[in-house]
Design a protein around this ligand. Structure first.
Ligand code: GLY
Ligand code: MN
Ligand code: MN
Length: 482
């Protein structure tokens, strides 16, 4: 959905949780450290480039483009790895930091320095990556990491200058004598969870007191809205894995399964195809649960005659897929389910037809949200003879990318390279009837390309796939009660 407050997903910020315990500390003699550091330095020098990483040139070009828009230094911080203390936490990088650096290790910061103001001069590097010093104790548990003094670190990271994190403060203090303005990511009105942006922007304010601190979020978000070919390749991987999962779910769907079983198979397919995690908490909602936007409990058994909303997508190389299909549990839509489904589908098609450069998600002459809403408001009725617009309770679309709800203005006219969802829905709790259809769409020079086109949306096609799946009984019988 377009607005975080309305969307059905939950954003997971999960990170490393290394805490040396007493059984480990006895190893921490100075000699052990030195030996380990030497060994890890050798390993670190040969660590393969992360399998998803884009070429250094791409990150460098992003930094150059951003720097050209600045009138003061910018600093953006990676996650520390301490954001989530839970046992199952896995480190995933802060997305803006990753977008600018490709660094997926904890504890870094990036500093970009534009030309100095008139009458001031500045020598030295204009972009610096700050990394924590290597720590053999942590590396022994978690594997080799990059360090600021590693041989070849400049080539590996694509930064001409890589420094130890502790030097950042002094550098900023020096820059404050030249620049009146600094940029960082400021917390929005609704920052949730671990206060990463709050903590670091407060730190910056303390470090350069008296400076104007401006929010770089909108500038970076605007850049992130337009995807490069290599970003699109990663997005297509996420989408293809997610389509495969949806096709599998279509074939396996039947009364008697539990929602969690459907989600389990879909998650397995994502991960088997290389996804690192889900893009958001999977939604598989049967019957009444199909009308619950944020449904994530997944503990209900699917019943004959139910409709099931599946909003499930994987994340590949940091990039999200976001796909919803709505299926009849027994393979055949009832006449009422079919009626509502076809209204949602037609609303989606009406909006899809207008996805092109210059259209907008909200506002403007070609307003995609208004197009879908108009269709839903003028077709069909509820049980009381009232129009259905009141049951379309979320936005039509959002940008998609490193975040499932990628940041940036949804009233900005669409441009080639943007990827958005188109996801109308009708949710009628009184009828235990929710329908959402969600596809991912790339804006092209002369229109759009539906990146999820391989996954059927039509009633007849869906029923056909489900019927074929039901024939594959032995395979389907591997999960769930008969
Ligand atoms: N799955 C999140 C959304 O559709 O926005
Ligand atoms: Mn969505
Ligand atoms: Mn979705």
């Amino acid at each position: 959905m377009a607005h975080r407050s309305e969307c059905p997903s939950k954003m997971n910020v999960t990170n490393t949780k290394f805490r040396p315990g007493p059984e480990f500390r006895f190893l921490s003699s100075r000699a052990t450290h030195l030996t380990l550091l030497l060994a890890l330095a050798l390993v670190g020098a040969t660590v393969a480039t992360a399998r998803f990483r884009q070429p250094n040139e791409e990150y460098r070009a992003r930094r150059a483009k951003l720097t050209s828009q600045l009138d003061g230094p910018l600093v953006v911080f990676g996650y520390s790895g301490n954001e989530d203390p839970s046992e199952f936490a896995v480190f995933f990088q802060e997305k803006n930091f990753y977008y600018l650096t490709g660094d997926d290790e904890p504890g870094g910061a990036v500093l970009l320095i534009p030309d100095p103001p008139a009458g001031k001069s500045l020598t030295g590097p204009r972009e610096i990556l700050y990394l924590p010093p290597r720590n053999p104790a942590i590396e022994h548990w978690e594997g080799p990491r990059m360090g600021p003094d590693d041989p070849g670190i400049a080539e590996k990271t694509g930064f001409a200058k890589v420094e130890v994190f502790a030097n950042l403060r002094g550098k900023l203090e020096d820059l404050a004598r030249i620049y009146p303005t600094f940029y960082t990511l400021l917390p929005g009105q609704q920052e949730e969870g671990y206060p990463h942006l709050r903590n670091w922007s407060d730190w910056l304010k303390r470090t350069v007191p008296g400076a104007n601190i401006r929010d770089a979020g909108p500038m970076i978000a605007a850049m992130r809205q337009v995807k490069s070919p290599s970003e699109l390749a990663l997005m297509q991987k996420a989408i293809d894995a997610s389509i495969d999962a949806h096709l599998d779910a279509m074939k396996r769907m039947r009364p008697g399964l539990f929602e969690y079983q459907v989600a389990a198979r879909m998650k397995e397919i994502h991960e088997f195809e290389g996804c690192s995690r889900e893009s958001y908490a999977p939604i598989v909602g049967t019957g009444f649960n199909s009308t619950v936007l944020h449904y994530s409990t997944l503990d209900a058994q699917i019943k004959d005659g139910d409709i099931v909303v599946l909003d499930v997508g994987g994340e590949y190389g940091g990039y999200a897929a976001d796909i919803t299909r709505t299926l009849p549990a027994n393979g055949k839509f009832t006449p009422r389910q079919r009626e509502i489904y076809e209204i949602v589908l037609a609303a989606q098609n009406a909006a899809l037809a207008e996805v092109k450069p210059g259209a907008t998600i909200y506002g403007g002459a070609i307003n995609l949200n208004a197009i879908a809403r108009q269709y839903i408001s003028t077709h069909g009725k509820d049980l009381h003879g009232q129009p259905l617009g009141q049951y379309f309770i979320h936005g039509l679309s959002h940008h998609l990318g490193l975040d499932v709800h990628d940041p940036g203005s949804t009233s900005r006219p669409l441009e080639p390279g943007m990827v958005i969802t188109i996801e109308p829905g009708i949710y009628i709790p009184e009828e235990n009837l929710g329908v959402r259809i969600e596809d991912d769409v790339l804006v092209t020079n002369d229109g759009h390309e539906q990146l999820t086109a391989r996954l059927p949306r039509g009633v007849d096609e869906i029923e056909k796939i489900m019927a074929a799946g039901a024939q594959e009984k032995p395979q389907n019988a591997q999960i769930g009660p008969d």
